[in-house]
Design a protein around this ligand. Sequence first.
Ligand SMILES: [Zn+2]
Length: 537
Amino acid sequence: MTNGPTQPISKNPVFKRTYVDKNGLNYTICPVEKKYFGAVLQMYNLFEPKESAQGLPPKDPERRKKLINSILNDLVNVITLNEDHVVGHCALLDIQTGVSAELLIVIHQDWQSLGIGKEMTALLIEIARFKNYQKLWLTVEASNMRAIHIYKKYGFKFTEALSSEREMELILTNEMNSSLKEKKQLRRTGIVRDKIYLQHKTGIHHPEAPQRLETIYNMIDRNRLMDKIKLIPSRFASLDEIELVHTPEYIDKIMDTAGEHLRYLDPDTVTSERSYEAAFSAVGGIIEAVKKVVRSDLDNAFALIRPPGHHAERNRQMGFCIFNNTALAAEYARKQLGLNKILIIDWDVHHCNGTQHIFESTDEVLVFSAHRSPFFPGTGTLEEKGKGEGLGYSVNVPLSPGKKDIDYVEIFKTILYPIALEYKPQLIIISAGFDTHYDDPIGGMKVTEQGYAYLTNIILEIAEKVCKGKVVAILEGGYDLGALRKSVKTVIETLYKGFEDTEKNKINKMKPHASTLQILEDVKAHYNEFWKSLKND
Ligand SMILES: [Zn+2]
């Protein structure tokens, strides 16, 4: 929310009320203070002079889109019409601490003759649908039968009769706890993509090559996915932001690679002339994604960046990774956005040694990793459970090779799901590596692109239950170009429209490997002293 009050003051007691729906969720409806009326004038500046004189939104679809975007970006919580006497206004309220964002319109008789009621209602319904609001309230003078007739046509129903006003309500979507299927195609998904990430060159025969992103970006364009999702512009991260995780000496070392062709920081990790720009921009793009999701400008996001990050430690690069993107996303949410419960889910085939070490002493970030073991980087055993206040908040599921979709689904349902519901994170970050794909040359696992969609769906289900669906995925590994392209596609599609039950059922019919069932028992035994939901009873 960029503009507007957090505590609007009402002059008219009719408008100041709270509403509790049958799921026990609180909605607060309040009108706005006069000082915020400027926002409306800003909105009218977008109207054509003729329309503006009548107070009507533009008919032209392009300008209408521009107007809606302007409202979404700048006015988000307050739209009020006519500053002399309040004849109509609505409030889009998004109070981040658990109160749902809803919308109220009040339109009075004298505007009706100008058609503003009808036009504004149509516009606000569009906005509310776009923002996934559940309900829209409207009050109308009881004597204004013409308006009441129009609103009924839109689907508004009376909720309450007041002395001189009628209150009407429009249910925009299904109940708050409706299934993902019902809500599909309503989620607002953003992606981070930028040509600068292709400038991190690693020499011939290096698996972590620019072609990984080239093939993903081409897939997005070929399938016209940008029509369904939003672009989150990337930017250079500041030094302060990178220092949330990394030491100044290490950051200097990375900046020092600028302009140099192929410097081997270690046998795996190479930089080129512009690698530091790519690395700084990856972090900047991810921070922008986190901000948009935490502030509910988007429901979820996928940062399609490189270099990857989860092996990077505070003071050194490792395993193709320069800055720990996922850790920086979590630290930004924690230190700059005030969150204190963040869940990181790492499904890359490799254990996230860097991420685990960075957060092993805190309970404010829970790091869950399912990975091949023993395997590079050698960490991620069942004994690594965190330290001090972080004890129990590093959860590792080490796996032997050959695991399929159903093995991962079973692990997510049996371990991740209950722990996540018990922890109740405010944000979920996925370290999304695709080197568990059956075509991957490195991983040795057998996950399919449908499997990734299913895992994404489980995570979204958790997020819907605990944090209003707030999920940010960040690309890690994955070295077969075809596998990467297909898998990122299914994950993006799941993020914005969910995953079909018929596809889930195909995977559910498979049987998990015996070694998976064994590891599930081992994980429960190791972690049930910290997570009571893992206790077998
Ligand atoms: Zn990996």
